[in-house]
Each structure stands twice: as C-alpha cells, then as structure tokens.
Design a protein. Structure first.
Lengths: 113, 112
C-alpha cells in the first residue's frame, strides 16, 4: 500500500521567515504533486514534479523532487500572510494515468504578522 | 468559465435517503475521479473513470455507485446514506500527459 507522509502537520510561523515542508512516500513513482487548499475551498494545483531532480518555483514557493530518496520538499521563502493555507502533497503510482492520487495528511500553515 | 463543476455545493439529508452529486468537466480530459475529504481533511480516492469505464474502485461500500454517461460527466449516487458519509466530495479530472488533476469546488454532504 502506497503511503505518503508529510511533516510537519501543523506549522505556525512569522512573516519574513523561511521554512520547508517535507513529503516522504513509499512507492517508486516519479510523479508528485503539491496542492493548496484554503478553508472551505477546493484544491488548487501548485506544482507538478515529473522527474528526479525536478525543481519548480512560483513566487515565494519552491518545490523539489528526489525520487531516489522518495522525498519532495516545499520551501517557503520570506513568508507572507497570504500563504496561510493547508498544503498537500500527492503521489500517483504511475500505472497508466488513470490512477487516483494518494495524498499526505496535509500541512496546516499559519503565517502570523 | 468553470473547468470542473459540481452540483449541488451543499447537501443536507437524513439517514437512509438516496442522493446524487453531479460533476461535469469542460477540459476535454478522458479520466475523471471522485475523492472524499473527511472532517480531518484527509483526502482519499474513491473512484476513477477513464473514457466512461471504471478503472479503480477503492474499497468503497457498494452503496456508492458512480455513473459516467459520457466522458465529460461523472455522477455519484449514494444509497441508504449513513452518518459516516458526511464529508466533502470532490470530483476531479486529469490532464492526459502530466496527469495533473483539476478539482471541482466540492460538495459538502451532511447526513443527519
């Protein structure tokens, strides 16, 4: 059974600080996704990482993938309040594109002024 | 111009009732999914459909039955609703090459 573990599950940080969310998974898949969810809202796709060593950046967020270590990271640089949300990583097992995603439990991020 | 839409957004019903949730996508994707998000925000795949055919059915009680009349629609019918069915149900569709999944707005189901 595929397992996806995120840590931390809860993170409170101050504006201007840097932090990293970690996502470990148990399969050999090289497809990993990061989503953002605001309270009461749907999931918004942030990053799609499709190969070992993939690195993507959007604004203050940067995601990377190490398939050998089965680890992805989401790095937050100089956090601002607007980034407060729950962040999920998700993996699919790559069995032809019709698989569902297996999600981590999510990291609830609160950024305080 | 909504990519993945669901109706209704909220659904409140009593135990034992039967209800349906509808999902439509206008992205031209071949694969659609249903996910359940529980009260602890944990997301779990329920069903996957590819070109109107059921691909995966993850240990979901047979009270839940997906129906895909065409590849742009995937509806979820739930019989004999139970308290534990209360959750947010998300429909999604996936890009054929990146497999990135696009989620609908969700349907919050409350069973009383």
């Amino acid at each position: 059974e595929l397992k996806v573990e995120q840590n931390p599950l809860f993170l409170s940080m101050q504006e201007g600080k840097n932090y990293t969310i970690y996502c470990n998974y148990s399969t050999t898949s090289d497809r990993l996704y990061w989503y953002r969810q605001d309270p009461g809202k749907s999931l918004e796709s942030l990053f799609v990482l499709l190969s070992n060593g993939a690195v993507k950046q959007e604004g203050r967020l940067m995601a990377s993938l190490d398939t050998k270590a089965r680890l992805s990271t989401l790095h937050i640089t100089a956090a601002v309040h607007d980034l407060s949300a729950t962040y999920f990583c998700a993996v699919d097992e790559g069995r032809g594109g019709a698989d569902g995603l297996t999600f981590g439990k999510g990291t609830h991020l609160i950024i305080q002024p | 111009d909504t990519a993945v839409s669901q109706t209704p957004k909220y659904l409140v019903t009593q135990m034992g009732n039967d209800k349906s949730i509808k999902c439509e996508q206008n992205l031209g994707h071949d694969t659609m999914y249903w996910y359940k998000q529980d009260s602890k925000k944990f997301l779990k795949i329920m069903f996957s459909y590819n070109n109107k055919e059921l691909i995966i059915n993850e240990t979901v009680p047979n009270r839940f039955s997906p129906k895909s009349p065409d590849k742009a629609h995937l509806n979820l019918h739930i019989n004999s609703l139970e308290l534990g069915d209360s959750a947010v149900y998300f429909c999604a569709s996936s890009h054929p090459y990146s497999y990135e999944q696009y989620f609908g707005p969700g349907t919050r189901l409350t069973v009383t």
